[in-house]
Design a protein around this ligand. Structure first.
Ligand code: PMV
Length: 372
C-alpha cells in the first residue's frame, strides 16, 4: 500500500509558538457496510455511506510548541481532553494512540502540547458512535496546523490527507470529511477509489439521493456490549468472511447502477440486506452476539409492512447497535414522518429520535463561534 503521498512536505520552522483550530465534522451512515479489516485500518471490502448533517462533533484544538526537538507524545503529559468543557481523561489513551499512529505522517505533533475541547451535537448517551465524527474533526484540526507549515497545500490534498488520518483513528471516520455519498475502499471500475481514504462518490447519481432524510430512532441509548473493534476482530476466521467480502463488493457495483437509475425500490432492498448481513455476521461469529433489541425487530417489521402497503420507499439501516436509521427521500417526508411519529416512536427510548439528512461534509468553525 503506497502511503508515500501523505508524508509531511512542509517546513517545520513555520510552526507558530501557539495557536488554535476549530472544525465541525459530521457522522455518516453506511449503505454498504465496512466490517472486517487488515492492519492498519485497511478495509476488507469497499463501503459507501451517506454523510449526515445534524449529528456532528465540534472540536477546538489548542496547541503550544513545547520543544525544539521532537519527543514522544506518550513521554510527557502533553495532551488534555475536555468533553463539553469537562475534563475527559478516559478519551486520552485512544487519542495518544492515534497521535502516535499518525506521527510518521505529521512529525511536528511530537513537539506540541495539545488541549482538545470537543462536543457532540447529539446526546452523549444516545448509542450513536462519535468516533467517526470525532476522529474526522480532530484530523481536520491537525491538518489545519499542517497547512500553516505547508502553505501551498491545495484543498484536494487537505481533505484527502484529513480522510487518510481519520481512517487511522477509526476506519469509518474517513467517510466523515466529504459530503453527500462517500466511497471508501478500492472498488472495481471506480476511478480514484482507495483503501487509504474516502472520496466523494464519483459515479452518476440521481439527484433524489442528495435529498435523503435519516430519522434515527434511539431504541437503546446504552453503551454497546461489544465494541466495533472487537466486532471487526471476530471477522478474522469467521466462517462467512470471504463470502461477505464478495457480497459487499457485488453490492457496491449493484448500488452504482441503482444510484444512477434512481431505482428506490432496489435501493431499499439492497440497503436492508446490507444492514441485516452486518448483524447476521455478529450472530454467526464465535463468540456470537446480538446487538438488536426487540424494539429494533418491531420497527423493521413495521417499516416493511408500511412499504408494502403504501408503496413508498421507506427503508431502514442499522449501525453496530440497536438504533434504527430510517431512510427516505425528502419529498416524501410529509407522508413518512407522520407514520414514524404514530407507529414507530413508541419503540424509541422515551420517544427519542434525531431528524437528520444527507449533509455537505465537514466545515471549519471560527473560534468566536465556539460558544454560540
Ligand atoms: O469505523 P469503525 O471501526 O467504528 O466501524 C464501523 C462499522 C459500521 O459502522 C458497523 C459499518 C460502517 O461501514 O460504518
Amino acid at each position: 500500500m503506497n502511503d508515500s503521498e501523505f508524508h509531511f512536505q512542509g517546513n517545520p520552522d513555520l510552526l507558530p509558538d501557539s495557536g488554535s483550530t476549530s472544525w465541525s465534522a459530521p457522522s455518516n451512515i453506511a449503505l454498504v457496510k465496512y466490517w472486517g479489516k487488515y492492519p492498519v485500518q485497511l478495509p476488507a471490502n469497499p463501503s459507501l455511506s451517506f454523510t449526515l448533517e445534524a449529528c456532528a462533533t465540534r472540536t477546538t484544538l489548542e496547541f503550544e510548541k513545547v520543544s525544539e526537538h521532537a519527543s514522544s507524545l506518550a513521554d510527557t503529559d502533553k495532551l488534555k481532553v475536555f468533553l463539553d468543557g469537562q475534563p475527559a481523561p478516559d478519551f486520552e489513551p485512544k487519542i495518544y494512540k492515534f497521535l502516535e499512529r499518525i506521527s510518521p505522517y505529521m512529525p511536528f505533533v511530537n513537539g506540541l502540547k495539545l488541549r482538545l475541547n470537543t462536543g457532540n451535537t447529539f446526546p452523549h448517551s444516545s448509542g450513536i458512535a462519535s468516533s467517526a465524527s470525532g476522529m474526522a474533526a480532530l484530523s481536520l484540526c491537525l491538518l489545519e496546523i499542517e497547512k500553516q507549515l505547508d502553505p501551498h497545500m491545495d484543498s484536494l490534498r487537505f481533505s484527502r490527507k484529513a480522510s487518510f488520518l481519520a481512517r487511522l483513528g477509526s476506519g469509518s471516520a474517513c467517510r466523515s470529511i466529504e459530503g453527500g455519498l462517500v466511497l471508501w475502499g478500492a472498488a472495481e471500475g471506480v476511478p480514484g477509489s482507495s483503501d487509504l481514504y474516502g472520496i466523494t462518490y464519483p459515479g452518476e447519481t440521481d439527484p433524489v439521493f442528495q435529498t435523503y432524510h435519516d430519522t434515527i430512532l434511539l431504541v437503546d441509548r446504552g453503551k454497546k456490549e461489544v465494541s466495533s473493534t472487537a466486532g471487526h476482530g471476530l471477522m478474522e476466521g469467521h466462517p462467512f468472511a470471504q463470502a461477505r467480502f464478495q457480497q459487499a463488493r457485488e453490492n457496491i457495483s449493484r448500488l452504482e447502477d441503482i444510484l444512477k437509475r434512481g431505482d428506490l425500490n432496489a435501493f431499499c432492498e439492497l440497503v436492508e440486506v446490507e444492514a441485516l448481513s452486518l448483524h447476521a455476521l455478529m450472530m454467526s461469529g464465535e463468540p456470537s452476539y446480538l446487538l438488536m433489541k426487540p424494539g429494533t425487530l418491531a420497527v423493521i417489521e413495521k417499516v416493511r409492512r408500511f412499504r408494502k402497503e403504501s408503496g413508498l420507499p421507506l427503508c431502514f439501516t442499522l449501525d453496530a447497535g440497536a438504533n434504527v436509521h430510517l431512510l427516505y427521500p425528502g419529498a416524501l417526508s410529509a407522508k413518512v414522518y407522520p407514520f414514524i411519529q404514530q407507529e414507530l416512536l413508541s419503540y424509541a427510548q422515551d420517544g427519542a429520535h434525531i431528524c437528520d439528512r444527507v449533509g455537505k461534509g465537514a466545515r471549519p468553525l471560527t473560534l468566536h463561534r465556539r460558544n454560540n
